[in-house]
Design a binder for this molecule. Structure first.
Ligand SMILES: Cc1cc2nc3c(=O)[nH]c(=O)nc-3n(C[C@H](O)[C@H](O)[C@H](O)COP(=O)(O)OP(=O)(O)OC[C@H]3O[C@@H](n4cnc5c(N)ncnc54)[C@H](O)[C@@H]3O)c2cc1C
Ligand SMILES: Cc1cc2nc3c(=O)[nH]c(=O)nc-3n(C[C@H](O)[C@H](O)[C@H](O)COP(=O)(O)O)c2cc1C
Length: 773
């Protein structure tokens, strides 16, 4: 087989090594426009995990790489005159030039034909090749020449960065954060060989412009940055090597393969430098392509399609982690007033793969400091403290005069089990069990303010005396047998009303027995849904009064808190989203107008609800749809509710229009909570695909939310809070009937924890286990 490779970067070179080693009979040629020893940039980093993979595939180049790498275990964060060191990370740094030289030597030794100083303009040069690898980097010419086919999508990020070097030594991967009169500059630094370090310096576009960097040339920029980081450079200067300011392009391609041509490395997909994964991604691509060819022999077509199919998920995961990471750096100002320990924790956990629990294994002192800092902040905020060493999820919280035992919440979840709006034994047992299970706050399902406000025939209400009494029974049980507080979520289904029970077809209109619907505008949910009537002022008065009456009933039933449901496409959400509110009166158009009616209801509730009891608002912080509400606007929505007296924003997303395109993933809505909490300065509750105590602690300790709600997780495990409490060894308030069980669970958990710690310690790769920094 004849294989032609365009590009002598890590992707092209490593692939040539693997394939030629396995199939010496193949004719493998690589073409590179630069000279063999030309290189731009300074160092690259790999985690222990990545190096282990390289060892498996080619021990010879792995040994050469190891012999030339600087190794370190710690990450050091310099923030506002404090230095925080976090151990257990396990990284290697190497000069890019050395890496390429080692790979070139290995490729040559195996018989790959390396052609340097050969600029390739078109792939016509490779006619006759069975397989063409386009490993021609971030500005891939092959990708642009066949853009119609590959369909690349480039997301040019706003921050400016420049890649520089220095002779300043480091014994840790080091982040410097420096505030200047122009704004904040960040330096990502590491030593890659004796006497040489990489300095990637990053700043936001406004700071960059204010500092006049748009008008400075390469040398002038370097001199300016030397003055910014004078202390950190410690007498060393910055070295340039085509060190031009750039914006990072996040590149994705809809297709990776065209006939016998395949994109590899940066040409195919980029990963932001802040997770140090670009070279890793490129070399792992090479491995995946090699594996596909090995599996399919000479069947290039089958091999390429299996490469594209099998590799895509891993690449997208890395890109997602890189994306989350770069966004953290873009929004640095949000965290600038944080305590240095909390700031460092946020930095360490920004891309989701590093968490409270896994840091506790790798860097126990750091996590102890994070935990103690959380308790200190708790105390400073006038909140009770359960203990300085207690994980954040078990620290109490307070809204107005409602005190919560811990920060775990049962998310509101419709049970579709009421008859004529009446909650019954199902609701008592369901909510009661979760209260006994230890959650600090229990939410009822969306409880409707009138019969016409219901979503389905099975939805609960609070508009009759019997319903009020039935809810009172639930509340009394929760108060009488647990430490939990209970919140009633009030709502009106709007255009999503008169639909089937969820198990008969979610949001599907009833075929018979429906009722007339109202909404902001006459926009049906599905094209085949009932068309709602746009609300008149008289409708608005009536619905407002229904809400107020329901709130009074909730007060009489003994609830501790109310939530106003303004999300998920129900009545009030239909006013907030520009996709469903087409009104031209004072309730449509601008955000202020669209919020007018939801705020009117909120204010009426606030007036009717006791001053010492809190009210929260659930919003859909984005419509996940072009032209819909954005995360930016949701900050303003939160501010408006906060000004009206809202105590907490319950941050959900979507479900407002049927054709939304949500991006799901672990904790996928938490970034919206983070944004609202830290930009609007209001307490938030995060929810959505949060499944473990570890995630809850990570979210809370990093300041991304004040409370964490678990929905589906609670359906299968009513006692998830108790279980976590036992795991962390917390002295929980447990009903006396269950005390013996809890005590047994505590000692079991203590043993399991110790066993796990021993196991992890033994399984730990040399120096650490991090996949990203
Ligand atoms: C600031 C910054 C910091 C980074 N830090 C790290 C890090 O710490 N760790 C890490 O792993 N990665 C890092 N990266 C990413 C890393 O440099 C790339 O992801 C990696 O080099 C991609 O490898 P590649 O083989 O796909 O492309 P490249 O290394 O870009 O190689 C492509 C090659 O193709 C050649 N070429 C292109 N067009 C032609 C043509 N028409 N004819 C002939 N030859 C051609 C180019 O000259 C080049 O040598 C960083 C990137 C940046 C920008
Ligand atoms: C069966 C079911 C019913 C739900 N009912 C409600 C509801 O009544 N009110 C509400 O605001 N959200 C409701 N939700 C959304 C949940 O509160 C929660 O936001 C969502 O399930 C995501 O969290 P999770 O990943 O922990 O499940 C419901 C979700 C499910 C699965």
């Amino acid at each position: 087989m004849k294989i032609s490779i365009l590009g002598g970067g890590p992707a092209g070179l490593y692939f040539s090594i693997l394939i030629k080693k396995a199939r010496p009979d193949y004719e493998v040629a690589l073409y590179e426009r630069n000279r063999a020893d030309d290189t731009f940039g300074f160092g690259v980093v790999f985690s222990d995990q990545t190096l282990d993979i390289f060892r498996r595939y080619d021990p010879v180049s792995h040994a050469a790489i190891l012999a030339n790498f600087a190794y370190w275990d710690d990450i050091e964060i310099h923030f506002k005159n404090e230095t925080i060191r976090v151990g257990g990370n396990g990284f290697c740094g190497c000069s890019r030039q050395t890496l390429l030289r080692l790979l070139q030597e290995r490729a040559r030794e195996l018989g790959v034909a390396l052609h340097f100083e050969r600029e390739i303009d078109t792939l016509a040069a490779f006619a006759g090749s069975d397989l063409i690898i386009a490993a021609d980097g971030i500005n891939s010419r092959v990708r642009s020449q066949h853009a119609d086919h590959f369909q690349p999508v480039t997301d040019l990020r706003p921050n400016k960065f420049v890649w520089l070097g220095s002779t300043r030594p480091f014994d840790a991967f080091t982040f410097f954060f420096r505030e200047t009169g122009h704004g904040i500059f960040i330096a990502h630094c590491y030593q890659y060989e004796q006497g040489h370090s990489t300095w990637v310096i990053e700043t936001d576009p406004k700071t960059w412009a204010r500092a006049g960097l748009d008008k400075r040339d390469e040398a002038q920029s370097a001199r300016f940055l030397e003055s910014v980081f004078a202390k950190e450079l410690d007498g060393h200067s910055l070295i340039t090597n085509r060190s031009l300011w750039r914006n990072f392009p996040m590149i994705r391609n809809t297709r990776w393969v065209k006939d016998n041509i395949v994109l590899l490395g940066d040409a195919k997909a980029t990963a932001h430098f802040s997770i140090g994964a670009g070279t890793k991604l490129a070399m792992e691509d090479a491995i995946a392509l090699f594996e596909a060819l090995k599996a399919h022999g000479d069947d290039v077509k089958a091999a390429l399609s299996s490469f594209e199919r099998d590799r895509r998920e891993d690449v997208e995961k890395t890109q997602h982690a890189a994306n989350v990471s770069l966004v953290w750096f873009e929004h640095l100002a949000r965290f600038w007033n944080y305590d240095p320990i909390k700031f460092a924790f946020g930095l360490m956990t920004r891309s989701k793969s590093i968490t409270y629990d896994n840091l506790a294994m790798r860097a126990p002192e750091f996590v102890r400091a994070v935990t103690e800092n959380f308790a200190r902040e708790q105390e400073a905020a006038g909140l009770p403290v359960r203990g300085a060493d207690v994980p954040p999820m078990f620290q109490p919280f307070r809204l107005r005069q409602m005190e919560l035992d811990n920060r775990v919440v049962l998310s509101p979840m419709c049970m579709y089990s009421a008859d004529q709006g009446m909650p019954d034994d199902w609701h008592l047992v369901h909510l009661g069990a979760r209260a006994l299970g230890g959650a600090g706050l229990i939410f009822t399902e969306m409880t409707n303010v009138s019969s016409e406000a219901r979503i389905t025939h099975g939805c609960a209400g609070i508009y009759t005396d019997e319903q009020e009494a039935a809810w009172n029974r639930v509340v009394d049980f929760v108060h009488g047998h647990s430490a939990a507080k209970i919140c009633m979520q009030l709502g009106h289904a709007g255009r999503k009303g008169a639909t089937k029970l969820i198990w008969d077809g979610m949001d599907e209109p009833l075929e018979a027995g429906g009722w007339p619907l109202i909404a902001a505008s006459a926009v049906p949910y599905y094209p085949h849904s009932q068309v709602p009537r746009p609300m008149t002022r008289a409708d608005m008065d009536q619905v407002r009064d229904d809400f107020v009456r329901a709130a009074r009933r909730a007060q009489r039933a003994g609830f501790d808190m109310l939530e106003l449901h303004c999300g998920h496409g129900y009545l009030l959400a239909s006013f907030i989203s520009p996709l469903t509110n087409l009104r031209t009166d004072a309730y449509g158009g601008s955000l202020e107008n669209r919020l007018r009616y939801p705020l009117e209801i909120f204010t009426a509730l606030r007036d009717a609800w006791p001053i010492e009891k809190p009210i929260s608002v659930r919003i859909s912080a984005t419509d996940w749809k072009e032209g819909g509400l954005t995360g930016e606007e949701s900050v303003e929505v939160a501010r408006m509710f906060s000004r009206a007296g809202c105590d907490l924003i319950d941050v959900s997303t979507g479900q407002t229009v049927h054709d939304a395109e949500p991006v799901f993933g672990r904790m996928f809505q938490t970034p919206f909570s983070d944004k609202i909490r830290n930009e609007a300065g209001i307490a938030t509750m995060a929810v959505g695909a949060i499944t473990s105590a570890d995630q809850i602690n990570t979210i809370l300790a990093a300041g991304r939310a004040d409370l964490v709600a678990i929905g589906r997780g609670h359906l299968v495990d009513p006692s998830l809070t108790l279980r976590a409490a036992a795991w962390y060894g917390i002295d929980m308030t447990v009903p006396p009937q269950y005390a013996l069980g809890y005590r047994a669970q505590l000692s079991l958990a203590r043993r399991e924890r110790q066993e796990l710690a021993d196991l992890r310690q033994r399984a730990r790769p040399r120096g650490g286990q991090a996949a990203d920094k």
